[in-house]
Design a protein around this ligand. Structure first.
Ligand code: NAP
Length: 280
């Protein structure tokens, strides 16, 4: 039976460390705010934005909330970002995704100054990560690295299979695992014989975006399984991309949903904010 990797406990540990660090920076006169911009009122986005503001309050970082109506134009949003880029006390700018269809997400991401890009989505941040230069790391993959390290999972030399190649999870995850000296395979919708490939993984990271898709037949006995997926099932309960009950029989360690990767994403956002205050 697998050990359950407790993302709630590990994220709390990280937030407590950050709270201390933020207080020490404040004592040296180093403070700053995170600007959180939301366009429209998508219910899931409202929950994420509220959690981010609460995390700022816990750590002792000011958060500035910009709740803009759904019909906000791309031009207006770009103007706001330009204003925030120029404000000295603003150390991080976060635009909650997804944006309404009439706004180009790439254009918005590229408008954020890279030194305030605490989500780590700007092409400059992505480039820096690729060559191992300093910069903000994307929060979900960086959180997974912390989950593994703080659970005592050795990464170097292990075969890591990542299912998914999105810009926010799969691709950066592959780069960060490579940086940790794993041997990395990235699977996607055109991959042949996915189950056979996954059964070769010592560490299986699942970001396929399909509820409870991955069962025991994808898991090598003793593998570590990280479930990135977040969905609501027919009973409105949260579930992941992995069939947790059967997967935990085969795995040596596994993340639950909720309480696995999810809380780590916010902890790493806070880590990027504290880093920005420190560097600013
Ligand atoms: P996404 O953009 O939908 O990407 C899904 C990936 O899975 C794509 O690369 C796709 O391949 C691949 N895929 C789809 N069907 C497949 C199949 N049958 N076999 C193999 N690969 C397949 O999703 P995402 O944004 O990366 O997110 C993945 C999941 O993580 C979602 O459930 C999302 O809600 C969740 N998530 C959680 C957090 C968190 O904080 N916990 C953060 C971000 C995302 P192609 O590229 O070929 O289409």
């Amino acid at each position: 039976m697998a050990e359950i990797i407790d993302g709630k406990r590990i994220s709390q540990q990280i937030k407590d460390e950050l709270k201390e660090k933020a207080a020490a920076l404040k004592a040296k006169g180093k403070t700053g705010a995170l600007a959180v911009i939301q366009v429209g009122a998508d219910p899931a986005s409202c929950v994420y934005v509220r959690n981010k503001k609460n995390a700022c309050a816990y750590i002792g970082i000011e958060s500035l909330a910009y709740e803009l109506p759904e019909e906000t134009t791309e031009e207006k949003l770009l103007e706001l970002i330009a204003e925030l880029n120029g404000r000295q006390e603003v150390k991080g700018i976060l635009v909650q995704l997804p944006l309404p269809q009439h706004i180009c997400e790439d254009k918005i991401i590229q408008a954020i100054s890279p030194d305030k890009d605490v989500d780590g989505f700007h092409p400059q941040s992505v480039g820096a990560m690729t060559i191992g230069a300093p910069g903000f790391l994307p929060c979900t993959p960086a959180g997974i690295i912390q989950l593994l390290k703080r659970s005592g999972v050795e990464i170097a030399g292990k075969h890591c299979v990542i299912i998914g190649r999105s810009n926010i999870v799969g691709k950066p995850m592959a780069l960060l695992m490579l940086r940790e000296n794993a041997t990395v395979t990235v699977a996607h919708s055109k991959t042949r014989n996915l189950a056979k490939l996954c059964r070769q993984a010592d560490i299986l990271i699942v970001a396929i975006g399909k509820p409870q898709f991955i069962g025991a037949e994808y898991i090598k006995e003793g593998a570590v399984v990280i479930d990135v997926g977040i969905h609501r099932n027919e009973n409105n309960k949260l579930c992941g991309d992995v069939k947790f009950e059967e997967a935990k029989q085969a795995a040596s360690a596994i993340t639950p949903v909720p309480g696995g990767v999810g809380p780590m994403t916010i902890a790493m956002l806070m880590s990027n904010c504290v880093q920005s205050i420190e560097e600013g």
